[in-house]
Structure formats: C-alpha cells, structure tokens
Write a protein that binds this ligand. Structure first.
Ligand SMILES: Nc1nc2c(c(CN[C@H]3C=C[C@H](O)[C@@H]3O)cn2[C@@H]2O[C@H](COP(=O)(O)O)[C@@H](O)[C@H]2O)c(=O)[nH]1
Length: 306
C-alpha cells in the first residue's frame, strides 16, 4: 500500500523515541541473504481451511477480531484462530452475516472457549456486528464476493475494506500528518494469499504492495535484532509494562519505524540476492521468531487495530 509506505517513511525521518538503525538492517539482511526467511502460513496448524468460500468468511471474521490479546496474559492469537475454526467445523452457518450481526459477548466467549470476559469484548462484538451488517448490505452477506470485486489486486482489496468497514480504518495523525497502517486490512489480504497459496481467492497480482503488519510483536523483534533503537524513556516504559496511549508519538513511531525498516530490509535483501523478497514473507518470519521468544517484552497499547 503506497500510502502506508510513504507515510511511515515520513515518520521515520521525524521520529525521536524510535529510530531506525541502518547498520542493524545491513546485518540482518546479510544473515538472511543465504537462507531466505521461509515460514509456512499456518505453521501452527490452527486455521480453518476448506479451499472454498467458507474459508474466506472465516478469515474475515478472524481478522475482524485479530487484535489486542495481551491484557489477558493467557490469551493469544492461537486461541482466536483455533476457537473460530472449531466453531465453524461444528456449525457451518456460524459466520453467516445475520449471525454475526446478532453475536453477543457470551456467545463470542463460547466460540473461543474462553472462561472470562475477553479484552475489549464489547468492541469485538461491535466490530462483528459492523462486518455482518455491511457484508449483508453490500456483498450479499458473502466475504468471497468482497474478494472477487477487487480484480486480483491486494491494494484494491485493502482500500475496499477500509471504505466499507470503519473498524479496519487503521490510520492516525502524527505531527499534523496522516499516517496509514491498515494492519488488519492488509493481514486479511495476506491471510488469503497464504491460506490459498496464491491461487483462487488468494490470487493477487500485487501481493508485493502489501507491507508488514504493524502489530506489537514485530517492533519488539526488530529492537531485539538491533534494527530499531528506542529512547531510554521508551525502554523503561516498556520494561515497566506501562501502557502507551493509542495515537501517541511513541506508539506511532514504534509502528511506523517497523514498517519502514522492513521495507528497507526488503530492498537490501533483494539487492544482495537479486531475488524479490516480499514484506509478507519477512513479516511472517519476524512474527514467528517473536512469538517463540516468551521473554520478549512488547509495547502495550489498548487498540482495536492490532
Ligand atoms: N505482524 C504480524 N502480526 C500478527 C500475525 C498474526 C498471525 N498470523 C498468522 C498467519 C500465518 C501464521 O501461521 C499465523 O497463524 C497475528 N499477529 C498479531 O500478533 C499479535 C498477537 O500476538 P500474541 O498476543 O502473542 O498472540 C496481535 O497483534 C495479532 O494481531 C502475523 O502473521 N504478523
């Protein structure tokens, strides 16, 4: 997404709490140039997949809810994916547009087999209602019709999602400039591409236009790799698990510098190897690396965007 790339690049040249360390990028690119980062989509084996339209419905519901697990230290993305998968396997109509519009908190907890209130539960339910209603209004209730109307363009799909679903409009204003991330809209396109292995509903001619997904794991991994440098005050905020406010300079710089740094890393690896590397592939490698480091301390922002 061009607006994501250019607006996050602007942040990186005006940031103070987080800075990009080009020597760190060089080092990581050097190590990656021999063994390109190849992590299989669904390496955990937790997703619903039937190679058909119901998988598209599953992925849209998954990415509608794919945010902010950290307030409940036992909850993680795996619980979301596997809970929704089990739900759909036991009831194929569970994610029909009319059902999404009526979903309640207790029903969502039951889907995820979660014994207590989910973090931001009311928001998760509101976002399901929003998606169910708009799918019904504009796409005959079918997520695959949304995907089919984007002419195999991932960028168009992201733009279409941002246009129809306010909950996916992941952007903010930083020092008077509008900065775009579109994390859940972009990861939906990437999940389609990964699940369908670039065929059918995952066949995008411009998957290279998708950037990394500015979540809370990748920035922490990039800092650990020496690619991002944090100010002393930011280091101590994160160490103390102090919350960082959504839209604050620190939050925007953490997310934007991550996107920009990986775009630079991608260019450098492509130069060194002569092969085109995708941000989606680098993202999955960085994310998988991060969730396997239990001691990794990430920033904590209450958000519906990531
Ligand atoms: N950048 C990036 N962020 C990602 C993912 C994924 C899952 N990708 C699936 C696709 C293929 C794989 O096989 C995965 O199954 C989740 N997240 C984000 O992480 C956070 C959850 O962390 P924790 O609280 O520890 O569970 C939360 O913000 C969530 O939105 C990714 O791929 N990239």
């Amino acid at each position: 997404m061009e607006e994501v790339r250019s607006s996050t690049a602007w942040v990186s040249t005006h940031s103070s709490h987080v800075t990009v360390d080009f020597s760190g990028i060089e080092k990581v690119a050097e190590t990656m140039k021999n063994t390109l980062p190849k992590v299989e989509w669904d390496f955990e084996g937790i997703h619903y997949f039937d190679n058909g339209p119901l998988t598209v419905q599953y992925l849209l519901v998954l990415d509608t809810l794919n945010f902010c697990f950290w307030p409940d230290e036992d909850l993680s993305y795996d619980h979301l994916a596997s809970g929704l998968k089990a739900t759909l396997e036991s009831d194929k109509t569970a994610f029909d547009a009319d059902r999404l519009q009526k979903c309640t908190g207790p029903q969502l907890r039951k889907m995820l087999n979660w014994p207590r209130a989910l973090p931001l539960e009311d928001e998760r339910v509101r976002l399901l209602h929003e998606v169910g209603l708009e799918l019904e209004r504009s796409f005959e209730g079918k997520a695959y019709k949304l995907v089919e109307s984007c002419d195999k363009s991932a960028a168009k799909l992201v733009a279409l999602i941002a246009c129809h679903f306010p909950g996916f409009r992941d952007h903010t204003v930083y020092k008077g400039h509008q900065i775009f991330f579109y994390k859940r809209a972009q990861i939906f396109a990437a999940d389609l591409w990964g699940a369908f292995k670039g065929q059918g509903y995952g066949d995008f001619e411009d998957i290279s236009s998708i950037t990394i997904f500015a979540d809370y794991i990748v920035p922490a991994v990039l800092q650990q790799l020496g690619v991002l440098r944090y100010s002393l005050s930011l280091v101590s905020i994160i160490k103390k698990n102090t919350e960082i406010i959504s839209g604050s300079e620190e939050e925007v710089e953490l997310r934007a510098c991550s996107v920009y740094a990986v775009e630079k890393m991608k260019e450098l690896i492509s130069e060194k190897t002569g092969k085109q590397v995708l941000s989606v592939e680098l993202d999955l490698w960085l994310w998988a690396f991060g969730i396997q480091c239990p001691s990794l301390q990430h920033h904590r922002t209450l958000s519906i965007y990531y």
